[in-house]
Design a protein around this ligand. Structure first.
Ligand code: SF4
Length: 333
């Protein structure tokens, strides 16, 4: 059984032309690191938050999300509390947005343990010190007495990771955990997350717009566009031979994490803009930006997500397009 399982999850908001999420199928197993990549507005964060029952206000939700076998869609407060305080934790993009600026770090870290678990102050403080040490913060006792404004963004994100680990979760949902940080701090945070994931055998869903980062740390990658999964495959396969033109476009527009020797490779931006919630298309939602689009084929019906070897791809031309074709049409590197 998967630790996290989305089955045909759709979310629609009133007054919009297309669903926020449209038939999402995705799994994360224990000990597995899975990435969900795509541009802003593709639905990545909504997908991650759905695992905790955090659906947009007023949304119509269809389908299923299961966390360790517990259904989230339609779950009551007790079931959601059990998931949020036990099985799954989330790390958000901006650590300063998730912490009370007028409370000490120690109070922030120990509140849930004292209120929900009934731990004494001393026991909760010991646990907080242990967790701050686990995320690589030196002198953790001193940090317990500090306020958020006294810590850098990277230190504060380590505090947020420690907070996410307080209840001993089995699933970590990481929503762009390094986007608000500088490049060297990003690498440190990803190294800490990777070490903790291996040490604790955590299932991890990494939300990112950076497909190169996803390729560096994940076992499998899901690519999302306009609320749909358009391609998923084991990382090496997806990275080496992307089948969907959007995947190839993401790869072609991202600077490599480890630049090869010689002159830097030319980056090729994906033309146009992502599809908004007020936009819709009768056929493939990527057609307006796709250099491989075939009139009369791509603009008629949405392509289903179908198996091609070990990959699943939603493209009418997936059988005929290869990575080389994508490169030739300007989508690839
Ligand atoms: Fe491009 Fe057509 Fe494939 Fe959509 S279905 S990605 S428009 S080739």
């Amino acid at each position: 059984m998967a630790l996290l399982e989305y089955e045909n999850l759709s979310i629609a908001l009133p007054g919009t032309a297309r669903p926020v999420l449209d038939g999402i199928d995705l799994t994360v197993s224990a000990g597995e690191v899975v990435a969900l990549v795509g541009e802003s507005g593709s639905g990545k964060s909504v997908t991650a938050r759905s695992a905790l029952g955090l659906f947009p206000t007023g949304a119509h939700v269809d389908g299923h999300v299961r966390v360790d076998g517990t259904e989230v869609v339609g779950a009551g407060p007790a079931a959601l509390r059990a998931i949020r305080t036990g099985t799954a934790s989330m790390i958000f993009q901006d650590p300063r947005a998730g912490i009370n600026p007028v409370r000490r770090i120690g109070d922030f870290l120990t509140e849930a343990l004292r209120v929900s678990n009934g731990w004494s102050k001393g026991r909760a403080d010991d646990r907080a010190v242990e967790l701050l040490g686990a995320v690589g913060l030196p002198d953790p006792e001193r940090h317990l007495r500090q306020y958020p404004y006294e810590l850098s963004g990277g230190m504060l994100q380590r505090v947020m990771i420690a907070a996410a680990l307080t209840a001993g979760p089995r699933l970590l949902l990481c929503d762009e955990p390094t986007t608000a940080l500088d490049v060297s701090t990003q690498a440190e945070i990803m190294a800490i997350l990777g070490r903790l994931q291996r040490e604790r055998d955590l299932g991890m869903l990494l939300i990112t717009h950076d497909i190169e980062l996803a390729a560096a740390v994940c076992d499998r990658i899901y690519v999302m566009y306009a609320g749909r999964i358009v391609e998923t495959a084991p990382t090496a396969q997806l990275f080496g031979a992307p089948r969907h033109p959007y995947t190839a476009g993401l790869l072609g527009s991202s600077p490599p994490l480890r630049a090869p020797a010689g002159p830097p490779a030319r980056l090729t931006p994906i033309p146009g803009s992502p599809m908004g919630l007020l936009d819709s298309a009768p056929g493939c939602s990527f057609a307006a930006r796709c250099r491989s689009a075939r009139p009369g084929v791509c603009d008629r019906t949405p392509p289903p997500l179908e198996g091609h070897g070990t990959a699943l791809v939603a493209c009418h031309l997936a059988e005929s397009l290869t990575a080389t074709d994508n490169t030739a049409t300007g989508e690839g590197t």
